[in-house]
Design a protein around this ligand. Sequence first.
Ligand SMILES: Nc1nc2c(ncn2[C@@H]2O[C@H](COP(=O)(O)OP(=O)(O)O)[C@@H](O)[C@H]2O)c(=O)[nH]1
Ligand SMILES: [Mg+2]
Length: 188
Amino acid sequence: VINFIKGAKKYSDFPSSSNEVIFIGKSNVGKSTLINALYKNNLAYTGKTPGKTRMLNFFNINDSYTICDAPGYGFAKRNDNELIEYGNMMEDYFNLRGAHCLSILILDIRHDPSNDDLEMIDYLNNTQKPYLIVLNKSDKLSNNQKANQVFKFMKILELTKDQIITISAFKKIGTKELRETIEKYILK
Ligand SMILES: Nc1nc2c(ncn2[C@@H]2O[C@H](COP(=O)(O)OP(=O)(O)O)[C@@H](O)[C@H]2O)c(=O)[nH]1
Ligand SMILES: [Mg+2]
């Protein structure tokens, strides 16, 4: 069974879990679309209203692991209070979550990483927790453009080709392979 568990903003409200995957990225990069493509239609909320998406939303994947849909960062309209709230929530998550945890950082393949993206990557490097970089919206580019962008991301992020996964959540290209990669990691 794949189902929504709950939304939570602070550590004491997080559901218990021993294996977990968290999906992180800017607003609109396709986090919720990706979760639905990987696991189940209409599982994660993909609308534009921020309300529900301002918390961490947890889902149960066949009782074998949990996934977490994180709110998007770098949203221009967010005020200081919201930014502090976001920061505190993510600090709680990364500092206190004991679960065997894998982060999936989603970027838009069409655009260079923003300062917010680079800060998040820095942060993940500092937590020393494992993460995968996923380039989404590949359906928007030609094969040539895709190859150029992957090369650019490799240089900017100082990663090798196999550390970057290219997908289209919308067209479900590369999503089966991504789920296999996630499960190989999280269930070992
Ligand atoms: N063309 C294209 N659009 C996508 C893709 N993934 C997501 N989108 C669109 O991008 C918008 C934001 O998606 P959403 O999943 O809500 O982003 P989130 O804010 O990161 O959760 C929606 O209009 C999606 O249909 C993709 O792979 N290709
Ligand atoms: Mg979302």
